[in-house]
Design a protein around this ligand. Structure first.
Ligand SMILES: [Zn+2]
Length: 245
């Protein structure tokens, strides 16, 4: 028995152990991720609030989180998703990316996809066209600095689309992501986990699935996420993960 063989055996044991650990963490009781939907960088706008929805089957959902990364809450969201092996898309605010590039990268390193959501979450429609374009450029630059790649997708703050930004995003081939349903986790006094879960169930019942808007920067959402993912699992919804080519 030589040293190399021993080393290989030790590595094999470690790999085996980690494979078993991840299988144990995400067995049949976990929500999981059913499939990946790969979008091209060719500009398209999705979300039936304003556009066509994604090509999803009934019962499929896309998990999306806005307004982070935020140190106090985004790690909790990542943990809840990892516990269920569920993949999501995060639309990040530029100044949060610039302030916490490591946390932004941690989101991507956990296997989630990322896009941008303006630089300071200002109402773009209240800004001049030049200021809107400057806001977009600043946010794209923050994304590029953190991730080393151009941003593939944009979600408008407040879903408030403007002709100026739509034209700029189209020219750049950036996907615009609106939403199909939300959990109204911006409503004050209505953010107890059971309220958020009830709203999710109610909206899914009406829509049959789709792009779900949540906020990883929102503490009640982060706290409620294990329950929200349980609602999806219990009701048989399947998670579709978005990626960009
Ligand atoms: Zn937002």
């Amino acid at each position: 028995m030589n040293k190399n063989w021993l080393a290989m055996t030790a590595i094999g044991a470690l790999l085996g152990a980690s494979a078993l650990a991840s299988a144990g963490e995400c067995g049949p009781d976990a929500l999981g991720t059913e499939r990946t939907l790969t979008l091209k960088r060719e500009y398209a706008a999705y979300g039936k609030t304003q556009h066509e929805s994604l090509p999803l089957k009934k019962g499929e959902v896309v998990l999306t989180f806005d307004d982070g990364p935020r140190v106090e809450t985004t790690p909790l969201v990542l943990k809840a998703l990892a516990d269920q092996c569920a993949k999501a898309s995060f639309f990040m605010v530029g100044n949060n990316i610039a302030a916490h590039p490591d946390l932004a990268r941690a989101v991507m390193q956990a296997g989630h996809s990322t896009g941008i959501h303006s630089y300071t979450h200002a109402h773009q429609g209240a800004m001049s066209p030049a200021d809107q374009l400057a806001d977009l450029k600043k946010t794209e630059d923050a994304y590029l600095a953190a991730f080393g790649t151009p941003t593939p997708a944009y979600r408008f703050p407040f879903l408030e689309e403007t002709p100026t930004l739509l034209a700029a995003l189209k020219a750049a081939g950036t996907t615009v992501m609106s939403v199909d349903l939300g959990i109204e986790d911006w409503e004050p006094n209505e953010q107890q986990p059971d309220r958020l879960a009830a709203r999710l169930a109610e909206h899914l019942q009406a829509s049959g699935g789709g792009i779900i808007l949540m906020h990883d920067a929102n503490a009640p959402t982060a706290a409620a996420l294990p329950l929200l993912l349980k609602v999806l699992k219990d009701k048989g919804y399947k998670v579709v993960h978005l990626e960009w080519q």
